[in-house]
Design a protein around this ligand. Structure first.
Ligand SMILES: C[S@@+](CC[C@H](N)C(=O)[O-])C[C@H]1O[C@@H](n2cnc3c(N)ncnc32)[C@H](O)[C@@H]1O
Length: 328
């Protein structure tokens, strides 16, 4: 890490990181990104959920793009709401109609309340997000309809038993609830594989499994909105460079070199997928291969990324070697 820092300050290029993982699966191109919390279902799970939940009734998918993909031919009466920028290109590749790009931490339009018989939601596995999405689901779903949401297992993290109990309490306030144990499986995304390899662990198998929580909403049981709006410091601009998705934090107080090594990174890779990683607030640039850097000159880095993406004709200025190495 120190050597990398010296190389940067001396203006030397970094060694291109070794390619340690298999090339991305076609359906995950452009690559998934940790900042979007993109953990996709395995093929069995997405097709089963599409078959079970996308019938003739109007349905809304909150952050379930693979189910939208598998159900595209089954139902025209379905809406996908998701915030991911990379997903726009993925939907195009899949030949699936675009969804609504929106942040589900903000309240959905009132005009949509009670519009759907089925709400399938797969929020990030964080208590606050899950409660906010559940509240949204309770308002979007019609009385007598169905809400289905994966619920992480008791052993997923130390706080899992306590958080599961809170989520189940919130669900029961909406209506009768049922749990289908271990009904949902996920693929391990490339960013998680890279994080494990960087921290010295072997590439993980597809280990994420969840129960499926099913709720039948009763009349007048919508949950009130909860939680603060998203922080301004968590706004990111996104570029798609080939298969990679690169994010640059907005609203940074620039200082230091244009691109610098992050203290907790190992060979420029963040060795963790924890949202509460202590160094996260220092990350200015973050790629879908989990490579991270601090940014001391946001405007220049944005200009270089524009140039690499072929946006705006280019200024003729060459992006520096360290940026090229980060996205190699
Ligand atoms: C855990 S993944 C679920 C994906 C699902 N398992 C699938 O295979 O289709 C969370 C999804 O929600 C989206 N997402 C994350 N945070 C969001 C937010 N605040 N608002 C809207 N969408 C969000 C992500 O882009 C991602 O598609």
């Amino acid at each position: 890490l120190e050597l990398a820092g010296v190389a940067l300050s001396a203006g030397l290029s970094l060694p291109a990181p070794r390619v340690l993982v298999a090339p991305p699966r076609d359906e995950e191109t452009p690559e998934l990104h940790q900042l979007e919390e993109e953990w996709y279902f395995d093929a069995d799970t997405s097709s089963r959920l599409a078959e079970e939940y996308l019938g003739r009734s109007a349905s809304v998918l909150l952050g379930c793009p693979t189910v939208a993909r598998d159900g595209a031919r089954m139902s025209k009466r379905r809406l996908l709401i998701d915030r991911s920028v990379g997903l726009i290109s993925r939907l195009r590749r899949w030949g699936v109609p675009a969804g609504v790009i929106a942040d589900l931490r903000r309240p959905v339009a009132r005009s949509r309340y009670g519009e759907f018989m089925v709400v399938l939601a797969d929020p990030p596995w964080h208590l606050q997000d899950m409660l906010v999405w559940l509240a949204q689901a309770s308002r979007l779903c019609r009385t007598g309809g169905t809400i289905a949401m994966p619920l992480f297992g008791e052993l997923t993290k130390p706080s899992a038993p306590r958080e599961r109990a809170s989520i189940l309490r919130a669900a029961e306030a909406i209506g009768p609830t049922y749990l289908q144990p271990t009904a949902v499986r996920y693929r391990t995304p490339r960013f998680e594989t890279e994080a494990c390899l960087a921290s010295g662990l072997s590439a993980p198998v597809d280990w994420r499994v969840a129960d499926l929580l099913i709720i039948n909403p009763r009349a007048g049981r919508q949950l009130p909105a909860v939680g603060p709006p998203p922080a301004v410091s968590e706004r990111w601009r996104t570029w798609i460079l080939g298969e990679q998705v690169v994010k640059l934090r907005e609203n940074t107080a620039d200082s230091g070199p244009a691109l610098g090594p992050l203290a907790g990174a190992i060979n420029w890779v963040l060795p963790s997928v924890r949202r509460r990683h202590p160094d996260r607030a220092q990350i200015g640039l973050w790629t879908s291969r989990q490579r991270v850097a601090t940014v001391g000159d946001t405007a220049s880095v944005a200009r270089w990324l524009d140039q690499l993406a072929g946006i705006g004709g280019g200024s003729g200025e060459h992006p520096p070697a360290e940026l090229l190495a980060l996205i190699a």
